[in-house]
Design a protein around this ligand. Structure first.
Ligand code: PLP
Length: 361
């Protein structure tokens, strides 16, 4: 038997989630954010599935764009952090990437470097998150500089990013949106504000270009609303099998450092998945796991290649039974809460060791 541990990825679900994002965008368009190996789902497979519906992709850096071009994907690619050196800017132009300009160095580079062909630019403004972006006072001048540059092609999109879109009622969202609209008022430019959370829950943030990422994979970016309520389809099912079973006496301890213990005679199933496969070591006793579709509780410390699950209350569990760690019936967002993190992290850091298997599209 080969190791049963796989991440099953439903490409049709990703396309349907994209179409939901698009439907929320009214007249606007969506760049599909596929950075970090398409949030762990596999960059090339996801890009190929989305290429027929998405007018543009967004990634974090040029290396990710290069992987897409090497796979013959010719959709425009937005570099969300722009470029970090002149040679990289030149390469971005050659690869027909769109570049974010968010600091003075990047602005200056666009004016100085002799590009082989002009690039499309997204000018990013810092409206309060204080991570990336030029200050709003610089907007008009920067916009004029870029408009007059022979290195810049087409309309300049003006963008910003919200710090607390996952809490739609947080006042900072409206403050940032209002700073942004005052700043761009005179520019007459296409705009971009919304990530997944904003697109789903802050209607005023929707504009000509939206930037959904996490929702494409079926995760909920809103802590108070589940993916099902939002109508999103979970793209990844992380699964494995029971590889060993034992009955232990009341009072016995389980796993490294004896971190799990039972109060009654118990049946413990060992499952072939661990932190080396992307299952979070931070998931503690009681984290839900689906064994043959039924909920059971993780017990003991997560090992590199295995976990233990208390299946005492499930009937007839056998070696070889399917175990789902997240996916249908158990969202990655729920597991992340038990692990003290967010589903974004669990997906984005899925290691290469776990084979991705694709269905759909
Ligand atoms: C990653 C990213 C997004 C996508 O965010 P989600 O919460 O995954 O939808 C959008 N915009 C920028 C600037 C990003 O870095």
């Amino acid at each position: 038997m080969t190791r049963p541990t796989i991440a099953l990825v439903d490409l049709t679900a990703i396309v349907e989630n994209y179409l939901l994002a698009q439907s929320l965008s009214a007249d606007g368009q969506c760049v599909a954010v596929i950075k970090a190996n398409a949030y762990g789902h596999g960059l090339i497979a996801v890009a190929k599935a989305l290429a027929s519906v998405a007018p543009a992709f967004a990634v974090a850096c040029l290396d990710e764009a290069q992987l897409l071009r090497a796979a013959a994907i010719d959709t425009p690619i937005l570099l969300l952090e722009g470029t970090f050196a002149d040679a990289e800017l030149q390469r971005a132009a050659q690869l027909q990437c769109w570049v974010v300009v968010e600091n003075e160095n990047q602005l200056e580079a666009i004016n100085r470097v002799n590009l082989v062909r002009p690039v499309k630019v997204w000018l990013k403004l810092d409206t309060g998150m204080h991570r990336l972006g030029l200050p709003p006072q610089r907007a008009q001048q920067a916009h004029r500089l870029l408009t007059n540059s022979a290195n810049v092609e087409g309309e300049i999109v003006v963008m910003t990013h919200l710090a607390s879109a996952d809490e739609p009622n947080n006042n900072s969202n409206q403050q940032q949106i209002s700073v942004f609209s005052q700043t761009v008022d005179a520019l007459n430019a296409p705009l971009s504000i919304a990530n997944s959370a904003a697109l789903l829950a802050i209607p005023q943030s929707r504009s000509q270009w939206n930037r959904p990422g996490y929702m494409l994979y079926g995760g909920s970016p809103l802590s108070s609303t589940s993916c099902d309520t939002l109508g999103l389809k979970r793209a990844m099912t992380l699964k494995s099998s029971v590889i060993s079973l034992r009955t232990i006496a009341a009072g016995e301890r389980i796993g490294y450092s004896g971190k799990g213990s039972v109060q009654r005679p118990s049946i413990i199933a060992t499952v072939a998945i661990g932190y080396g496969d992307g299952y979070p070591r931070g998931a503690g006793n009681g984290t839900p796991v689906l064994v043959r579709g039924q909920r059971a509780a993780l017990i003991g410390t997560v090992s590199m290649d295995m976990i233990c699950v208390d299946v005492t209350d499930l009937s007839g569990v056998a070696i070889g039974d399917e175990v789902v760690l997240w996916g249908a019936g158990l969202s990655v967002d729920e597991v992340a809460k038990y692990a003290g993190t967010v589903g974004y992290e669990l997906l984005a850091r899925m290691p290469a060791r776990t084979p991705r298997q694709y269905i759909g599209c």
